[in-house]
Design a protein around this ligand. Structure first.
Ligand SMILES: C[S@@+](CC[C@H](N)C(=O)[O-])C[C@H]1O[C@@H](n2cnc3c(N)ncnc32)[C@H](O)[C@@H]1O
Length: 196
């Protein structure tokens, strides 16, 4: 179990995919010392930058996987994560590149497999085309429940969600990001509704 990656073991584990420079991940690790965080990023400069911060700030609840997130998603146990973050993932706007998008039908199903009951998926993007694509995929996954009752729920970044470098770039360029939160529906609910 990923909880055992940490010393002492952490009961709750969060995963960030494509952490870039690691600003969000480092701030979450510092603010939540009781949680174990796994960061995934194939870009070496970002990982090196974050390693320096881990050392300087003495963060003992962060583990890094410096490779493609899909390799790790395939290996993590079911229901082993309490949160997954995918923040400003590459939008791959050209149609011939859509197959490279990290949010797709297969990864969406895998997020639902890996999240524990009540666990949370947080996604941000500043690209309108990718936003439509993300919502279409996540809303089609019945095990995930979008936490929304009005525009403020996706226009405003929650206070416990630190900003990233790409969010700052987007705002500086006049693009408006969206912040999406989905909760993993409890597995028992499904069994109860099935009458088993
Ligand atoms: C646009 S940047 C956003 C970085 C950061 N999340 C932010 O908001 O500042 C997207 C990041 O995702 C990483 N990435 C792309 N494909 C990935 C994959 N298959 N697995 C993990 N990370 C990936 C890239 O290297 C890049 O750092």
């Amino acid at each position: 179990m990923p909880a055992a990656l940490f010393t002492p073991p952490r009961e709750r584990v969060w995963l960030e995919i494509g952490f870039g420079g690691g600003e969000h991940l480092a701030r979450q690790a510092a603010a939540n010392p009781e949680v174990g965080l796994i960061g995934v990023e194939p870009y070496l400069d970002g990982a090196a930058r974050l390693l320096r911060e881990i050392e300087t700030d003495g963060l003992d609840n962060l583990r890094l996987f410096v490779d493609d997130a899909r390799l790790l998603l395939d290996r993590l146990p079911l229901a082993s994560l309490q949160r997954i973050f995918v923040l400003f993932a590459d939008p791959w706007p050209k149609k011939r590149h859509w197959k490279r998008r990290i949010i797709n039908a297969a990864t969406t199903a895998r997020f639902a497999d890996l999240l524990a009951d009540g666990g949370e998926l947080r996604v941000a993007t500043d690209d309108p085309g990718y936003r439509r694509w993300i919502l279409a995929h996540l809303l089609a996954e019945r095990r995930l429940d979008w936490q929304v009752s009005g525009p403020e729920d996706w226009r405003t970044r929650p206070a416990d969600w630190p900003p990233t470098r790409y969010e700052e770039k987007a705002l500086a360029a006049g693009r408006r990001p969206v912040f999406l939160r989905f909760l993993r529906r409890p597995r028992a609910e499904k069994l109860a509704s099935a009458g088993i």
